[in-house]
Design a protein around this ligand. Sequence first.
Ligand SMILES: NC(=O)c1ccc[n+]([C@@H]2O[C@H](COP(=O)([O-])OP(=O)(O)OC[C@H]3O[C@@H](n4cnc5c(N)ncnc54)[C@H](O)[C@@H]3O)[C@@H](O)[C@H]2O)c1
Ligand SMILES: O=C(O)C[C@H](O)C(=O)O
Length: 335
Amino acid sequence: MFSRLVRPTLVSARNFSTSKQNNFKVAVAGASGGIGQPLSLLLKVNPLVTELSLYDIVHTPGVAADLSHIETVGKVKGYNGPENLLEALRNADVIIIPAGVPRKPGMTRDDLFNTNAGIVRDLAKAAAEVAPKALIGIITNPVNSTVPIACEVLKQAGKFDPKRVFGVTSLDIVRANTFIAEGKGLNPKDVSIPVIGGHSGVTIIPLISRATPSVSFPEDQLKALTTRIQEAGTEVVKAKAGAGSATLSMAYAGARFANSLLRGLKGESNVIEPAYVVSDVTESEYFSTPLLLGKNGIEKNLGLGKLSDYEQQLLKAAIPELKKNIKAGVDFAKK
Ligand SMILES: NC(=O)c1ccc[n+]([C@@H]2O[C@H](COP(=O)([O-])OP(=O)(O)OC[C@H]3O[C@@H](n4cnc5c(N)ncnc54)[C@H](O)[C@@H]3O)[C@@H](O)[C@H]2O)c1
Ligand SMILES: O=C(O)C[C@H](O)C(=O)O
């Protein structure tokens, strides 16, 4: 699975040293859940992960014991319950957060806010205390609001670095690549579609005009594909019929994202991954665009690029929704 994830490499300096770091502590918060378990499995088989710290409020001893038998270098430790949270996150290089409740049919991602906002706030507080340099990837929905919550909490603790906090939107790209490849009879591994904006409904903006390889569709098909990418999460929620939302494809996307962060930390060049971050490329204070990753997280925001007229319309529709979602997160954190 890592063939898509591993791209050309070149070493650059970290702390004025040319040595490459190949050993990283990765913590997963929410490790016993539907995403957490398969994500932890994929991280256990990533050779860059030498310490895998599994935190949850339930079942981590079992998940950790199980994963620890896999014949890869990463040492697995399980931490159960809030009294063990600080130890779980201590000095982590990367923290991935899939903790929180998923949707059931009929719910929007915003309906998860009341439960998940407090979970992300508490995890961000702990990260600020014991892993202030960690790169933090937030999967927990509603991502458009949970990322601003984490950023505000880190600001309050005096530990905020906008280059180190990410909302994980990789699944939107994974889906866009898959659906466009299916539509054109291509191998998905050869297809790359930028998806920008946020992670819910109209805030998800696929840039099919910038597909690699270049593709074109009649207007009705282009609109149908765009809607399918925007509503793909709901497609899974409906199919799971009350048993949750995307877990396996999200674990794949989360592992792809974490691997990109680690490759950047390691000093590889040209590591590009999109994520929802503090941004000044639009009127929205947070926005997902492709990012160049490096030893300190975001090295460069690669921005919007050129949009078609249709994509400009999608952007216009996304901004008010993003602003509303961001305000809800900021207000919650400031309460
Ligand atoms: N960003 C994305 O693209 C994306 C994709 C899919 C799902 N999600 C979101 O990811 C989240 C998790 O989904 P899931 O299917 O794994 O849910 P799940 O219910 O299967 O697992 C969630 C896990 O979080 C744990 N948890 C709850 N409170 C916690 C706390 N305070 N600290 C640590 N762990 C805690 C639970 O015990 C559980 O093990 C949901 O909010 C879902 O909407 C996001
Ligand atoms: O749709 C959901 O609620 C989960 C996730 O955000 C997804 O896109 O699959």
